[in-house]
Design a protein. Sequence first.
Length: 135
Amino acid sequence: MALTLEIVTPEARVYSDTVDTVVIPTLDGEVGILPGHIALLTQIEHGELRVTKNGVTQWLAISGGFAEVEGDRVHVLAENAINEEKIDEHAVEAALKRAEEQLAAARDIDPQQYEHLQSLVRYSGVQLAVKRRRR
C-alpha cells in the first residue's frame, strides 16, 4: 500500500508521486504520514519535508501552507517548496543577505513587508539546511 503525495505552490506542481511515507513540518512539530493515516488537516511551518520511496529519502524545503490527508492521499498546498537538487546555494545565500540587510535597515516599514522579509529569511535558512545536509 502506498500514499499519493502532491505538493503544489502558487507557481507550480512541485511534487507528484506515490510514496511510502512523508514527514511534514507543522506548527506543532513533525507529523509522519503512513498509508492508512486518519484524516488530517494541518498548518505547515517553514521546514524540511521528507519523502521516502523504496527506501530512498528525498528532502524538500517548504514554507507556509496546509497539508490535508484523506485516505491514502496527501495534498500539500505551500507558499514555497523546492526539491533539494534544485536549490542554488549561492542564490539563496545572496537572497538571505539582502533580506537580512533590509530587516536591519528597516525603520518605518509596513508590517506586511516586515513579515515577508522575516519569512524570506526563514525559508532561505531552511533551503540552506536542506542543501547542506549531505556535507
